[in-house]
Design a protein around this ligand. Structure first.
Ligand SMILES: Nc1ncnc2c1ncn2[C@@H]1O[C@H](COP(=O)(O)OP(=O)(O)OP(=O)(O)O)[C@@H](O)[C@H]1O
Ligand SMILES: [Mg+2]
Length: 372
């Protein structure tokens, strides 16, 4: 085990009789960009503050390398935290804010100067070095926090929604910068967010949490393409769900699904299930093709449904279709459609709302969510 590998073992915590963390187990590797993703109130901050040492667990261990750090004071842990709010000293310049941790350590002036300039450079604030926090934008202030947290050279950096106070564009930019900084310093980042796009775009691996539990740990592609259960499938990205009973398994990895209202559908059997099981299956909106006529040349591994277009939302790079099957409002599917001349000609016939159309998708693009 490396010195800064983190291992969280059977961590439990309750507040006022409510279980906020229920038996959390996680392993975070040295140098990883690891995100903890989950809805508000699921226990993310509690877990992070526990790693930082501000909250003690009711039971369980947290290993940093081979050492259980549960009883160590925060400043003895070789971890540093960046919070949602910048928490800078308002009366100090950028330079002095970043220098602060080194002054506490009573380093000599020449070393401090060298280090401070290096880290201010790293977060790209050279031109703002003698400004005070109130003369900086939100993004710049957060970059000061990052420099100040890194200057202590922690083995692990904990980031609790550091971008959430910023507007969308700035968030994007700072996210890319954060990724570059991570590459440059090479230490472990544990990044908390409730924004799935943020987590997907930046992480080596993601832990998806809900209700004090970790539901899945995996790479962005794994949690998106093969979600462990319906919560993950629904929380990350958008999805269409349908239930039915497996009536046949063919070619080893495909199954036919007998549904009550959608007829027979085929899907890829990517989790263990057998004929007769009742299952939930899903197809993501971007994997559905919307066309005016029945598409030609489809094999038995495609699903085709006739639909009624109830609503369509144009958003520039794509249109989002809300369609009903068999005129039944409860059988709502969402489908995204991109526009480009080089796509199938039929696809380019404009499909309006209050018209009939067809949706189709390949079995490989849908997946079994869970056996129910
Ligand atoms: N000190 C405390 N005393 C009592 N309850 C607490 C305390 N700290 C947190 N909680 C509760 O624990 C639950 C988890 O809180 P936590 O702050 O970890 O959530 P979170 O996932 O970080 O949410 P958010 O995305 O909104 O920041 C919440 O229901 C919260 O009310
Ligand atoms: Mg929080």
């Amino acid at each position: 085990m490396k010195k800064t590998d983190i291992k969280i073992v059977d961590i439990k915590k309750s507040f006022d009789g409510v279980d906020v963390l229920k038996n959390i187990n996680l392993e975070i590797k040295d140098g990883e960009f690891f995100s903890i993703l989950g809805p508000s109130g699921c226990g993310k901050t509690t877990l992070l503050r526990m790693i930082a040492g501000f909250i003690s667990p009711d039971s369980g261990s947290i290993y940093l390398g081979d050492k259980d750090i549960v009883n160590l004071a925060p400043n003895k842990r070789n971890v540093n935290t960046i919070f949602q709010k910048y928490a800078l000293f308002p009366h100090l310049t950028v330079y002095e804010n970043v220098a602060f941790p080194l002054r506490l350590k009573k380093m000599d002036e020449a070393t401090i100067d060298l280090e401070v300039k290096k880290f201010i450079d790293l977060v790209d604030l050279k031109d703002h070095i003698y400004k005070k926090p109130n003369q900086l934008s939100g993004g710049q202030q957060q970059r000061v926090s990052i420099a100040r947290a890194l200057i202590n050279k922690p083995g692990v950096l904990l980031l609790d929604e550091p971008l959430s106070a910023l507007d969308a564009k700035l968030r994007q930019n700072l996210l890319i910068e954060l990724d570059n900084i991570h590459d440059e310093v090479g230490i472990t980042f544990i990044f908390i967010t409730h924004d799935q796009q943020e987590a997907l775009s930046i992480s080596d691996r993601i832990a998806v949490m809900n209700n004090g539990e970790v539901l899945q740990v995996g790479t962005p592609a794994e949690v998106y393409e093969a979600p462990a259960d319906s919560f993950v499938a629904d929380f990350i990205g958008e999805n269409n769900f349908f239930n039915g009973q497996i009536s046949e398994i063919f070619d080893n990895t495909y199954a036919k699904l007998k549904t009550e209202k959608l007829g027979e559908l085929v899907f890829e059997l990517d989790k263990p299930a057998k004929v007769g099981d009742r299952v939930q299956v899903s197809i993501r909106p971007e994997k559905i093709r919307v066309s005016k006529h029945v598409p030609t040349g489809l094999t038995e591994k495609y699903n085709v449904l006739k639909v009624y277009v109830d609503e369509l939302i144009y958003s520039g790079f794509q249109s989002k279709y809300f369609v009903w099957i068999n005129g039944d409002k409860n059988l709502l599917f969402k489908a995204f459609k991109q526009h480009a001349v080089y796509f199938d000609e039929d696809d380019n016939d404009t499909i309006h709302w209050d018209e009939d159309a067809y949706i189709s998708w390949h079995a490989d693009d849908s997946f079994l969510v869970e056996v129910i």
